[in-house]
Write a protein that binds this ligand. Structure first.
Ligand code: FPP
Length: 226
């Protein structure tokens, strides 16, 4: 049976370089990147097999960037979510944030929570945005959230306490680097990893389709033998 790409996770890298290659400011790359988020979400929402798309939009480390860029990204995110609400509802897409959003402004937190609430009954694709997300931070918060820290903690207890509860099938990184950057380390334990040199603003649904086709031909053994 060919593999099913139920859960696709993407590290969207290369916005800054895309803009700089065009003699523009890095923020122009983020703006274009947000449009690609919409294109790829549309593709996944129309795809019969993809149930969850988890996108790395802002890492716990990204707050070290120049304040102007961080501020721009926060505003872009707020604008994006407000603008996308009709898209989510019309396409039956459930929106979910993962990560520690308590560090965001109250205004942005409200937009995020409202978007989650407004789309909670949608039954199609789940689009998760990783916001102020880091896998180690997620694990730490999960362990602290578990009810009975004195009894033996099982693998299932940790999995259930994570922000992102579904294992990743296919993890893609754009932008040419070959690393995971603290992204979904638990959930990607058996994920197939794909790296492309394409910068995120140039990434297309056609390239995603071809990655999914390659993914289908791989023999996944989950540590066993066939
Ligand atoms: C990495 O590119 C990208 C980010 C840190 C942010 C990702 C944000 C977006 C795709 C746009 C906003 C998203 C939404 C949902 C509104 P980089 O800046 O590290 O690029 P570089 O490696 O070329 O410098």
């Amino acid at each position: 049976m060919p593999n099913k790409a139920n859960h696709i996770a993407i590290i969207m890298d290369g916005n800054g370089r895309w803009a700089q290659n065009r003699g523009r400011q890095r923020i122009a790359g983020h703006e274009r990147g947000a449009e690609v988020v919409r294109d790829i979400t549309t593709f996944c929402s129309d795809h019969k097999e993809v149930k969850q798309l988890t996108l790395y939009a802002f890492s716990t480390e990204n707050s070290k960037r120049p304040a102007l860029e961080v501020d721009f990204l926060m505003k872009l995110l707020g604008k994006y979510l407000k603008r996308e609400l009709p898209f989510y509802l019309n396409n039956n897409v459930k929106f979910k944030a993962i990560g520690d959003i308590s560090k965001f402004s109250k205004k942005l937190q409200k937009i995020i929570v409202t978007t989650e609430q407004e789309t909670k009954s949608c039954t199609g694709l789940t689009q998760s945005l990783a916001l102020n997300y880091g896998s180690r931070n997620e694990l730490m918060r999960a362990v602290n959230r578990i009810d009975k820290p004195c009894s033996e903690v099982k693998e299932a207890d940790i999995a259930a306490a994570l922000d992102c509860k579904k294992d990743v099938d296919l993890l893609i990184r754009t932008g040419g680097d070959h690393r995971l950057s603290n992204y979904l380390l638990w959930q990607a334990a058996y994920a197939e990893l794909f790296f492309t040199d394409t910068l995120w603003p140039d990434f297309t649904s056609g390239e995603l389709e071809s990655i999914i086709s390659d993914f289908k031909t791989i023999e996944r053994r989950f540590g066993g033998v066939k």
